[in-house]
Ligand binder design. Sequence first.
Ligand code: ADP
Ligand code: 5GP
Length: 191
Amino acid sequence: MVKKSNSACRLTVLTGPSGVGKGTLVKLLLERHKEIWLSVSATTRAPREGEVPGQDYDFMQRDRFLELVDSGGFLEWAEFAGNCYGTPSQPVKEKLSNGRPVLLEIELEGARKVRKSFPEAIQIFLGPPSFEELERRIRGRATDNEEAIQRRLLRAKAELQAKSEFDAVIVNDDLMKALSALETAMGIIGF
Ligand code: ADP
Ligand code: 5GP
């Protein structure tokens, strides 16, 4: 259920536990809607196999990340499962001022911060069909070691409890149905 229209701001925040399928869904969304600009976050996490620096993330050392925090370079930032993640402020503001729809794919604490600075942004939560399926997906992705998986599952429990804070909750069971629900929540006409 969408409670607000983001026509004035055109900023959308997508949040959901690690492994729920945010990246998979966003990739499909961007293929269908070339006008949407996905913010590239900075992170102190090491690149996963296949990740492209500057495209998936701006990978950096913690010192550099904290310098950017101190100089006000982030719209929001948070620590997640032992690493820092942040949304660079300037490109987001630039795209929004040019009227381009902007999408942030960020975790819960970041979404809460954006809710304060951009109350008009649409906030969407992507949930799994069940916790067991979420664990299957995280493990199936085979990108994280056991310690990282445990940290992500613990964090997922807290994130799932916060889903009622969001304007729309989408369950990622059937991927194409979730895509269509995402388009509707963002106010895009699907096809
Ligand atoms: P996130 O970006 O939320 O961490 P990913 O997009 O990396 O999650 O997806 C985690 C795993 O779940 C991937 O292996 C992906 O192929 C799989 N996946 C995503 N959506 C679905 C779905 N609807 N049904 C089954 N598996 C899915
Ligand atoms: P991953 O390590 O799996 O790529 O991402 C871990 C979590 O960090 C995911 O929930 C993802 O949405 C979130 N994340 C990615 N970029 C940002 C960001 O810029 N800010 C915040 N707060 N979270 C982010």
